[in-house]
Design a protein around this ligand. Structure first.
Ligand SMILES: [Zn+2]
Length: 262
């Protein structure tokens, strides 16, 4: 089982990191490496993609180095990288990370405070695609409050020529706080989605119907630990998806193929 959407922070920054995202969910782990490992073990997870966010330009080294070091001693973690679109030499940095073996890059428009279609960001999507990197986008609200840079499936339509559909993931089922209209758009897009935050934005019935309406080869299980508990997320998915074969794809096979780790 692979959790495609997790985070973890250095022990001395975890409290601050958790406080930066306002959310209503009280039940969560502490944001540290230890906390993540315990939460993943409780859910029965074998591997986890860990997603960093470089919130300010030119802070990549600190943010990405922490996860790279962790993964050196823990083969169950698959660290992605984060590059701020406004950093100096941002495209060169993306290429450098790809050469170093990074499997993917995460973008977070509200926390990194840029527009999805900003020219500087487009250059990074193109570079990542050329390097064969997976590109994960945070979609929807950053927490309970919306922000002016939130993006939903319709925002990705103009980027169809730029993004590689086989390597692009829209997190949170296309957007935390997504509405019916945007879900309709999501169903027409060729991208992957991750299931993180579903248990707090859909009823079981809604989630089940949504899973049925999307390409089963492009759904990835994700928990968004530490903001949600992986065991609860997986329980919700298992209840919504009664088809064992499809569940195996969502929990494991789709991620294995995308990450090329079979
Ligand atoms: Zn997240």
């Amino acid at each position: 089982m692979i959790d495609f959407h997790t985070h973890c922070y250095p022990d001395d920054l975890a409290v601050k990191a958790l406080g930066a995202v306002h959310d209503v969910c009280a039940e969560r782990s502490d944001g540290t490496y230890k906390g993540l490992k315990a939460a993943l073990a409780e859910a029965g997870t074998d591997k986890a993609v860990v997603l960093p966010v470089c919130g300010r330009p030119d802070h990549e080294k600190t943010v990405n180095e922490f996860l790279r070091r962790l993964s050196e001693n823990d083969g169950s973690l698959i660290p992605f990288v984060s590059v701020h679109p406004f950093s100096h030499n941002a495209t060169a940095l993306v290429r450098e990370y790809a050469v170093q073996g990074a499997k993917g890059i995460k973008f977070h428009t509200p926390l990194q405070n840029f527009r999805l279609d900003d020219e500087r960001a487009l250059a990074l999507y193109e570079t990542a695609a050329k390097c064969g990197m997976i590109v994960v986008f945070h979609c929807g609200r950053p927490g309970i409050y919306p922000s002016s840079s939130d993006c939903y499936p319709s925002h990705f339509k103009p980027l169809l020529g730029v993004l590689d559909p086989e390597k692009t993931v829209l997190a949170h089922m296309g957007g935390y706080g997504i509405n019916e209209e945007e879900l309709e758009v999501l169903r027409t897009l060729p991208f992957y989605v991750d299931t993180s935050l579903s248990e707090t934005q859909f009823t079981l019935g809604e989630f089940s119907l949504l899973l049925d309406s999307l390409d089963e080869n492009k759904i990835l299980f994700g928990s968004d630990s530490p903001w949600r508990m992986p065991n609860k997320a997986v329980e919700f998915l298992r209840s919504a998806c009664r088809d064992k074969r499809k569940l195996k794809k969502i929990l494991c096979e789709n991620a294995e193929r995308l990450l090329d780790i079979r």
